[in-house]
Ligand binder design. Sequence first.
Ligand code: ASP
Length: 316
Amino acid sequence: MLAGVAHAASDDPVAVLSTWDFGKAANEAALATLRAGGTALDAVEAGAKVPEADPDNHSVGYGGYPDRDGHVTLDAIIMDQDGRIGAVAALEDVVHAISVARAVMEKTPHTMLVGEGATRFALDQGMPRVKLLTPAAEAAWREWLKTHRYRPIANIENQLPGPPGSALNHDTIGIMARAGDGRMAAACTTSGMAFKMRGRVGDSPLAGCGLFIEKGVGAAASTGVGEEVTRIAGTARVVASMRAGLSPQAACEEAVRHIAQLRGDAIAGLQVGFLALGASGDVGAFALLRGFTYAVTRQSGRTEVLPARSLFARSE
Ligand code: ASP
């Protein structure tokens, strides 16, 4: 039942790895940062900022689809291999959630700020207040309001326009960088599930769910229906499997299979994808459904966007 292509090892080490096709532009910005002498942390921040600023990307940052009440709320996390973590959740009115997350990491004693406090902190740091809801995202929300009842139910993604789990409804950038000296950092940023309940926070800003990294082992990021990732502390699980000796590929497969086994029919039609970068530069990628793609950029500058293998051959 495996679909997609396997990833081959190469002499040209992986410098940057990220989720989805839009990861390509992010990877290029990250590699440019590394080449300019930036750290792995600088690189993942620079990469994550690319889709955050893109009004045509409706699942990350500016232009993201709003919650059911019409508010765009952002979740983000940044981590380095020394256990430094900064995150924000339900952040409003600031484009670069990843930079706010980094400021939380570097300038506060905390690991996460949420909601109004996160926005106030960002503004105090000199970041501009920006209306994140673009006309296109607002039009999509108003269209959604016409046909979708406003009430909290399970599996809300099944009510959304487009195939469940499709890029139309949600997608996150998870980006991992490995500098020439082997040091690694990772970042993850999203506007979360389109038309989510107000106050909903997904897996993305949670350490060990949307993102995790461990020195000498590697990093992992997730995308897809965050609730399913959070239930199993997905990226902590992938990294733990790698620590126990599984390859990044085998570790991603193990986590996806665990979700399928745990949740059975409850995950029918839902997408979850894991992406992992081992400390020696090996890549792993695996999803429940066909359609998850990822971008690999090597130190030479060569970038490929590849389809991940999946547990199920279908895409919905
Ligand atoms: N994992 C994200 C969330 O649940 C969405 C996605 O990656 O598609 O918020």
